[in-house]
Write a protein that binds this ligand. Structure first.
Ligand code: FAD
Ligand code: SIN
Length: 538
């Protein structure tokens, strides 16, 4: 086994991981360098797929907007389960960090007069979302950050390298990470006193998802195997409008997104009979919070026994649509959808994870030397549901903050390891790898069970069914820690996350935000208003 050491090890190359690497390079003393590890290619991640944009609270150039309004919208969407202080912190730092991205060369779209173009998305009280390349926002940000990381002398990148275990000592402090290289079937132990989880989301735990194949909940599994606290695990966000699997022929590995910004620009939802329906579910109709729209669509599909509803883009106009949404236009062309009919078939899909590895204001997990940023973390920003385009903002503001925190530490202290670390390494050096031939079948079983039982609408019986399937899969896969393939590790990680999500969903017996229990006692209707009001008084 190879052994190496770095001042900082970042697991994940999405917006959070790459922006942290660049910020740490500028702010920290890193004699042993910075390592960015990534499971696939540098840009295969949720970040690169982001369409709608990034929240940018910039009252100095967007005078109708202000921090209080963004805080209110975020807490309303999160049904008051948000942590007020982190919401305030992220909102207040938005302008400074977005300006830093612009200084780094990220080109956001501008209006004809040369000023930044702010758009509107559901549940925002005003246009405050910056976008880039039309609806290629994530791609533009990711490409720029990746370009700068590749150019840097102090940042090393390992592609196609999967973190499979955190190396913790006898005092439970993190001392590094164990990497698996599937092409060579080899392991490498990397020692560092600052290990950062930036591993993104969990979408691939579900049958239908907008997330790419790398989103197998690895960070959640690594943290919980090491004993770190996770939180808010019941809160999975289902995006209302992914391009329906019914339009995609063979079952896709992930479903392309049809951005919420399309509704922000005026598109309407129609049911299988081509009739509008959102007004009967919420006064804000198409611009209601995401969970409300997702459940409304789910309900319409159940009622009509249809596989999708439609997004009617005629109010936007075809030419304007193509100009504003080039990525979605390409996605539709590839799926042979004739946009001149004005109708795009859409259905909900698992999209974003509000829960995650619990961190404090310094992005520290409950394990010493282990930090988490981006979608894998649970900062408290989102509460029970995330407001659109708050995620990219959280990635970059928290990365920026963590770089400040790391700049205060002596990262070049000797990288020690004891018998605790050695014992973990011995597990992997031994010949105990679990070879499972049925990985694909077991993954499909798990994903289906989670979609059907721990998805948009949940019941106690359904959640118990999911737990039974999870137990069966553990039995068949001889659930162990060490595997002989990347797919084996991904199955291990997805099982761990699925169990945590399902157990949390079982124990929260009420419905709130993205967690909807059909068998729940109704909460008072104005619960979110009550909580919002009380939090804003703090
Ligand atoms: P990611 O960008 O997902 O990166 C995770 C990285 O970790 C990947 O590089 C992955 O390969 C790596 N990794 C995972 N496990 C391991 C491992 N074991 N070892 C090594 N590497 C590992 N949010 C917005 O704010 N605005 C939007 O418009 C928007 N649109 C979206 C559209 C789509 C289709 C999707 C899927 C999400 C969208 N989101 C949006 C959400 C947002 O994109 C993500 O929450 C955010 O990009 C997450 O960034 P991240 O850096 O935390 O993780
Ligand atoms: C979208 O463009 O609809 C996704 C935005 C988000 O997930 O924040």
């Amino acid at each position: 086994m190879k052994h190496s050491k770095y001042s900082i090890v970042i697991i994940g190359s999405g917006a959070a991981g790459l922006y942290l690497a660049l910020s740490a390079q500028r702010k920290c003393r890193t004699k042993d360098g910075i390592l960015v590890l990534t499971k696939s290619g540098l840009d295969e991640c949720n970040s690169a797929l982001a369409q709608g944009g990034i929240v940018s609270v910039m009252p100095e150039i967007n005078p109708r907007d202000n921090v209080t309004s963004h805080i209110m919208d975020t807490i309303k969407a999160g049904c008051g389960l948000n942590d007020f202080n982190i919401v305030k912190f992220i909102s207040e730092n938005s302008s400074c960090v977005i300006n830093d991205l612009i200084d780094l060369g990220v080109e956001f779209d501008k209006k004809e007069d040369g000023s930044l173009s702010f758009t509107l998305e559901a549940a925002h009280s005003m246009p405050r979302i910056l976008h880039a390349g039309g609806d290629y926002t994530g791609r533009v940000i990711e490409d720029r950050l990746a370009h700068l990381v590749k150019k840097s002398d102090s940042i090393e990148v390992y592609e196609n390298s999967m973190a499979v275990e955190l190396l913790c000592d006898n005092k439970k402090a993190c001392r590094g990470v164990l990497i698996y290289n599937p092409a060579l079937d080899t392991y490498e132990a990397v020692y560092s006193n600052a290990v950062i989880l930036a591993t993104g989301g969990i979408g691939q735990v579900y049958e239908y998802t907008t997330n790419p194949v790398v989103a197998t909940a690895d960070g959640i599994a690594l943290a919980s195997l090491a004993g770190a606290e996770v939180s808010d695990m019941e809160f999975v966000q289902f995006h209302p409008t992914a391009l329906s699997a019914s339009a995609l022929g063979e079952k896709p590995k992930n479903m392309p997104l049809v951005s919420e910004a399309v509704r922000g620009e005026g598109a309407k939802l129609l049911n299988a009979d081509k009739k509008p329906f959102m007004e009967k579910y919420h006064p804000k109709a198409e611009l209601a919070p995401r969970d409300v729209v997702a459940r409304a669509i789910f309900n319409e599909m159940e009622t009509a026994q249809s596989r999708n509803v439609f997004l009617d883009i005629t109010p936007i106009g075809l030419e304007r649509f193509k100009k504003r949404f080039p990525a979605i236009t390409n996605i539709c062309n590839e799926a042979n959808i004739d946009l001149s009919t004005g109708l795009i078939p859409v259905s909900p899909a698992a999209h974003y994870f509000m829960g995650g590895v619990k961190v404090n204001f310094n992005m520290e997990t409950t394990i010493e030397n282990l930090y988490a940023i981006g979608e894998v973390s649970r900062t408290g920003l989102h509460g029970a549901n995330r407001l659109a385009s708050n995620s990219l903002l959280e990635c970059v503001v928290c990365a920026y903050k963590l770089a400040d925190v790391l700049s205060q530490r002596n990262l070049d202290a000797p990288k020690s390891f004891d018998s605790g670390v050695k014992a973990t390494l011995e597990m992997y050096e031994g010949n105990f790898a679990n070879e499972i031939l049925e990985t694909g079948i077991l993954r499909r079983m798990l994903k289906k069970a989670m979609w059907q039982n721990a998805g948009i609408v949940r019941t106690k019986d359904g959640l118990n069914n999911a737990l039974r399937v999870i137990e069966d899969i553990k039995l068949i896969s001889k659930h162990s820690r060490v595997y002989s393939t990347q797919e084996g590790y991904e199955l291990r990680n997805s099982i761990i996350a699925a169990q945590l999500i399902t157990e949390a969903a079982l124990s929260r017996e009420n419905s709130i935000g993205a967690h909807f229990r059909e068998d729940a006692q109704e909460l008072p209707k104005n619960i979110s208003d009550i909580k919002t009001a009380s939090m804003l008084r703090m």
